[in-house]
Design a protein around this ligand. Sequence first.
Ligand code: G6P
Length: 609
Amino acid sequence: MCGIVAYIGDKKALPRLIEGLRRLEYRGYDSAGVALVDPNSDRLWVHKTVGRVEELAKGVSEGPETTIGIAHTRWATHGGVTQPNAHPHLDTENRIAVIHNGIIENFNELRASLEASGVVFRSETDTEVLPHLIRKYYQGDPLQAVIRAIQDIRGTYGIAVLFRDHPDRVIAARNGSPLAIGLGDGETVLGSDPQAIVAHTRRVVYLDDREIAVLTRDGAQVQRLDGVRVDQQVEIIDGDYTLAEKTGFAHFMLKEIMEQPESIRRCLGGRVMTDDGNAKLGGLNMSPRELVGVKRVVNIGCGTSFHAGMVGAMAIESLARVPARAEIASEFRYNNPIVDPEGVFLAISQSGETADTLGAIEEVQLKGGQTLGVVNVVGSTIARTCGQGVYVHSGPEIAVASTKAFTSQIAALMTFTLMLARTRNLSLEEGKAMARALADIPNKVAEYLQDPGPIMAAVEAVKGARYVLFLGRGFSYPVALEGALKLKEVAYVACEGYPAGEMKHGPIAMMEKGTPVIFLIPADSQREKAISNMKEVQARGAKLIVVHNRGDQEIASMADISIPVPEVPYYLTPFLTVLPLQLLAYQVGLALGRDIDKPRTLAKSVTVE
Ligand code: G6P
């Protein structure tokens, strides 16, 4: 989703801005643009394009030589994907340029009042009110003009503002959309994501909500909107930000699927103690006494992270015997949730920037609840807002469809489950068995990926289908949801995931001869019941693609297409059963000619509600 880069320094701005945008491409976007101070003109130089940063780069070769500018990748919210709607947006004189992430909620009334005073808008965006408002309030002091304009708007923003008349500064402000300022040597770089900064420096200041900064070549001055100066906390960006390469794979999605043995191993490494039958999480400052005091666990997330949260909640409830549930962040935050002060609320997010998840944990914190992050991106807003938690260490995930983050999130949640369970009724021996099984997961995942079974036969069955159903019970139910999400995200095939026992209460009506039904039946306590459900759909002519334990001949013989996976304890089956579903979505997407790593209308990091 939208990306912001700004550069002010002693080097050419344009190539650095383009490089910054390239590094933000993975977030998802549909158009891009750049604004520069042209020393030979009294207007700002602006170039925008629909489509890829590559297109923008081709179109800007004639750009002016300058050392200051701002650039943006847009993911359309207000107004279609058009060149005029791309950022930066300008005031009527082309002397003030604004790039913006977030949503201005009262833009309709602001636009009407600006139009009434004679302003002619050039786009359909909410953002365009900002340069006009700044122009309205500008009386020679850029900082004060931006502060005054911000006072008029309601909503979320991360903005960068460039003034033709002030080629020595960029103004940046944040409320709800992340911004980080990189402090380099003779250069200062702004990014909506550290990825845009790390090529220049690892010294960074994160803006907090309602803060505004003046960036110059020598650094930045940060203050609150009410004028109070903020003591800057310079942090060092940690983590792996090397621009990810496909390393021989056709797509990032496939690379990330195949990487899962290592990414899961990284997540578990140093945390699971097989000899003690326990685990330790360095980012979690909770003693056994505090852990035993945890009365409930609520896992909050969106999309794939929500599905990982469902798996985690099941594990916590069934193994640690602590009441646990998963909540969709966008629902939870607005439903006036009851926040148990003796509970813990886990914010699960790959990017650490998802607006709904952030909003939900802020609501929890407001109500006095304890929040812990289960996050991949180090230093992200959710990680910082939670204050403590677990990094899942899956490494940069570039493909929009989340794969390795899902299994790493589950690995982190299982580790937490083990700790929690050991403070309660899980014995040393049971703890050891769980720790050993968990530590062995990377090997089992590798074993499956070496021999993934007849995925291409399943692709043939699924690619032309009008409707596809994913079914599972217990721990396989969230995996069914995740399989359907992947197929929708990547291949745009109409499908849904359902609890297998609930299928007869609705989706059974969709069964026609040949309807592909993907059934997850690893050997667990629900196996017999799942077999009955399998027979129900089979009787209606469905084509059964079944993911089951290697060696389960009974199930294999009932399936039209049988996909065996290595056997693991029932609560760890999601690590294995999700793999063929990830591969299936990838291969169906490929067979249908989809743009796998950048599927339509979806963003990697959804920073708006
Ligand atoms: C977007 C992505 C999904 C992801 C979800 C949550 O919708 O397209 O793949 O699961 O956001 O993202 P998060 O970064 O919070 O895990």
